[in-house]
Design a protein around this ligand. Structure first.
Ligand SMILES: Nc1ncnc2c1ncn2[C@@H]1O[C@H](COP(=O)(O)OP(=O)(O)O)[C@@H](O)[C@H]1O
Ligand SMILES: [Mg+2]
Length: 218
């Protein structure tokens, strides 16, 4: 079997670091590839030199993302309720380099579900229904105590689930700190989740209530 060909396709989305393609053979999956790096600054040249010498440096983010996913899915004390992040379905070779294959999250026949960022908009508040779903999402992240590094509203996507809708984390799993205290200690991770949800609330002009672990207006 040859490489999966993506170079001639148009990405369906992109973020700061990756391009997202529909899987040419499995429409329920997406493929994510790293973008080409812009011209290197001196600092980036040092990073690249390090990367060429120390492969673990180059793949640190991907390794921590996959590691956090695997650790969560293999928990012996599986919490009730569905897993709150898109499924990771493997690493595959493409003509654009190594790609992560993931579950495609979508609503009502759209290619991709809307992000929380797009549902809130710069001047539009999140609807009551979406706010309630966001609070269910937060409760689920705490129940699984997922290790995350970026609960940005662009990384949280609305998708169909069981005849209804729910939010899924599609990016930002994994603890990339040098000394991974949040990975080792559940209590430390709960403090970190509170910190990241507080940042997320600020971006949506909401308030994060640490005691109740919910988003509130105003
Ligand atoms: N599994 C997914 N299902 C639906 N949409 C997704 C999925 N993964 C990513 N996206 C969309 O693609 C965008 C970029 O993907 P992301 O993984 O966040 O890239 P980056 O690492 O560059 O931030 C997201 O903001 C989201 O809109
Ligand atoms: Mg992202």
């Amino acid at each position: 079997m040859g490489l999966i060909e993506l170079a001639a396709l148009t990405p369906v989305a992109e973020g700061g670091g990756r391009r997202v393609y529909l899987h040419p053979a499995f429409p329920d999956c997406l493929l994510k590839v790293e973008k080409d790096k812009p011209p290197a600054t001196a600092r980036q040249k040092v990073d690249r030199l390090l990367a060429s010498r120390l492969p673990s440096f180059a793949v640190r983010d991907m390794r921590s993302e996959i590691g956090a996913y695997v650790d969560a899915r293999l928990r012996p004390d599986r919490p009730d309720g569905p897993f709150p992040a898109a499924e990771f379905r493997g690493l595959v070779d493409t003509d654009l380099g190594l790609a992560m294959r993931v579950q495609r999250i979508s609503v009502a026949g759209q290619v991709l579900g809307p992000t929380v960022r797009s549902l809130a908009g710069p001047d539009v508040a999140l609807s009551d229904a979406h706010l309630a779903l966001l609070n269910e999402f937060a409760a689920s992240l705490f129940a699984w105590n997922l290790r995350t590094r970026d609960l940005n509203p662009r990384n949280i996507v609305l998708g169909d689930h069981d005849g209804g809708e729910r939010f899924y984390l599609v990016d930002g799993l994994g603890d990339v700190t040098v000394v991974p205290l949040n990975t080792w200690f559940d209590a430390a991770n709960r403090v970190e989740l509170n910190r990241q949800f507080d940042l997320c609330a600020g971006r949506l002009r909401l308030r994060w209530d640490k005691g109740r672990r919910t988003f509130a207006r105003g």
